[in-house]
Design a protein around this ligand. Structure first.
Ligand SMILES: *Cc1c(COP(=O)(O)O)cnc(C)c1O
Length: 505
């Protein structure tokens, strides 16, 4: 890249991008797996290794076919090991290398101080120690429950579910138990807008419900007449994401809540988009009865590669007795300050009371540090950044006004090709091909953390790709370590160890 800074108005040239993974390959810096390197190996317990090998053999209580006689480990010096992993990290793209605007995923930089807090020696507490000896752990969990309850406008929170999808499942099981308890077990339908995240449909189906899919209106929101038609005495719940996956706020939310409650149904809030509302509006005040929080999207914890996460669930008072056991609460007198208890009509055990503890510590630290004003500021910037970025794009953004994310259309181009080509411009692409209401969707969420300069760089990459023809797009990426990968085969015939790889060849 030249000294001149790239802005949305100055087009960029892929060959000038400094972040260029292919360079590593061209310069012979391709990093082989440790197992491919010609390394001295230390054999442990090898039968042929004579006395020394024998000496390392351990008597194991496991059956013979589950133990191995020898283990070959590469012998590496510390610098060799450090360089190996540093090079691997340079061959891939991550949130520490540049913007990561995957819509709906909320892939933001998370401050490193939360990692420090989670790494404190005092955080390494065995969950099964006596209640009296884990008072600090219980207090942190109780306070985080309060924070999340206040943020969501919910009366009670469980921190147990280890992901958003797991939170959805708990929420729907809690709703089912509530209906059952009230003699309403016949309710067997969950209504979900067609633009919803796939986990909503999976949750309802796994929870034993029939899914009633709700079409969107031309504005991209819930169509009240369609909702009216879908609601009945069989409705157990309506699951909604607000703002929805197009980034649009459901303006009729109070009316929607009333309609659902009128037929005796519950309103479930998918909290993945909470970044848009933090400190400004609360699902509980809108009429939602149960919600999950994706703390790894909203309150720190990097979650690339599928984990780790946590999906606490908040409920209104009526649903509290059904939450998973055990729960944490402030003790009412007695010799401990905080205690565990089983709610009266609990749906049972879904995870340890401590949930995904290290993720929860980070969420606690993040919320405590930002405070009310900081959280409100984060949502304001998330919305501002999305709106600024969209205003700089040549691609059409059909649905407005959106909040923290927007869905552009790649038009005549294939959104998957656009995504591959963006890698050549040194930025991570947005989520593609979903939601399906927008043809060739480019679902983009810059998050609150990016500067104007970074947003301009992203816009320049989008706009450069928008000008390119199919020949270039279909051949992309050509500046990454790996070129176009056969993702279907990779998913269907995964080779999960280097041995499988070498055996095949
Ligand atoms: C990410 C997401 C989920 C699922 O959450 P996980 O934590 O990934 O299990 C559900 N709904 C929406 C809208 C999401 O973006």
């Amino acid at each position: 890249m030249s000294d001149e800074r790239t802005t949305a108005e100055t087009p960029i040239d892929a060959s000038q991008v400094r972040y260029d993974q292919a360079r590593y390959v061209e310069n012979g810096q391709y990093e082989p797996l440790l197992s491919e390197k010609d390394l001295t190996r230390v054999a442990i317990g090898d039968a042929d290794a004579g006395e020394e090998g024998e000496a390392t053999r351990v008597d194991s209580p496991l059956p013979d076919d589950l133990t191995r006689d020898s283990l070959e480990l590469p012998e590496l010096s510390e610098p060799e090991l450090a360089r190996h992993y540093t090079r691997l990290s340079q061959m891939i793209y991550g949130i520490d290398s540049g913007p990561y605007p995957l819509g709906s995923c909320t892939m933001k930089y998370n401050p490193k101080f939360t990692e420090d807090v989670a790494a404190l020696p005092s955080a390494a507490v065995h969950p099964d120690r006596s209640e009296r000896s884990i008072q600090g752990t219980l207090e942190l969990l109780a306070r985080l429950q309060d924070y999340l309850g206040r943020i969501g406008g919910m009366d009670a929170v469980t921190l147990q579910p280890p992901a958003g999808a797991a939170g959805e499942f708990v929420g729907i099981r809690v709703a089912a138990a509530y209906h059952e308890h009230n003699g309403e077990g016949h309710r067997d339908e969950v209504i979900i807008p067609e633009s919803a995240h796939g986990t909503n449909f999976a949750t309802a189906a796994l929870g034993g419900y029939d899914v009633v899919s709700l079409p969107s209106n031309e504005e991209g929101r819930v169509e009240l007449e369609a909702l009216e038609a879908a609601l009945s005495e069989n409705t157990a719940a309506l699951m909604l994401t607000n703002p929805n996956t197009l980034g649009l706020f459901e303006r009729d939310i109070e009316e929607i809540a009333e309609m659902v409650h009128d037929v005796g149904g519950l309103l479930y809030y998918d909290g993945a988009n909470l970044n848009a509302l933090l400190g400004r509006a609360r699902p509980g005040d809108m009429g939602f009865d149960v919600m999950h929080y994706n703390v790894h999207k909203t309150f720190a914890t990097p979650h690339g590669g599928g984990g780790p996460g946590a999906g606490p669930v908040g409920v209104v008072e009526d649903l509290e007795p059904f939450l998973p056991a055990p729960r944490v609460r402030e003790a009412n007198g007695g010799d401990v300050d905080y205690e565990l208890f089983d709610p009266d009509h609990t749906i049972g055990h879904v995870h340890g009371y401590q949930g995904n503890w290290l993720v929860l510590i980070k969420a606690f630290a993040y919320i405590a540090r930002l405070g009310d004003d900081g959280l409100a500021d984060a949502s304001a910037k998330a919305v501002l950044n999305a709106n600024y970025l969209a205003s700089q794009l040549e691609y059409d953004v059909p649905y407005e006004p959106f909040h923290h994310e927007f869905v552009a259309s790649a038009g005549e181009q294939d959104a998957a090709d656009v995504a591959k080509r963006m890698l050549d411009y040194g930025v991570h692409p947005p989520t593609t091909k979903w939601p399906e209401i927008v043809p060739e969707a480019l679902m983009t969420e810059p998050t609150e953390i990016e500067s104007k300069e970074t947003l301009d760089r992203l816009a320049a990459a989008f706009n450069a790709v928008a000008e390119e023809g199919d020949e270039v797009l279909e051949d992309a990426p050509d500046r990454t370590t790996a070129r176009r990968i056969d993702q279907t085969s990779a998913a269907r015939n995964p080779r999960l160890s280097w041995q499988a790889l070498t055996d095949d060849e």
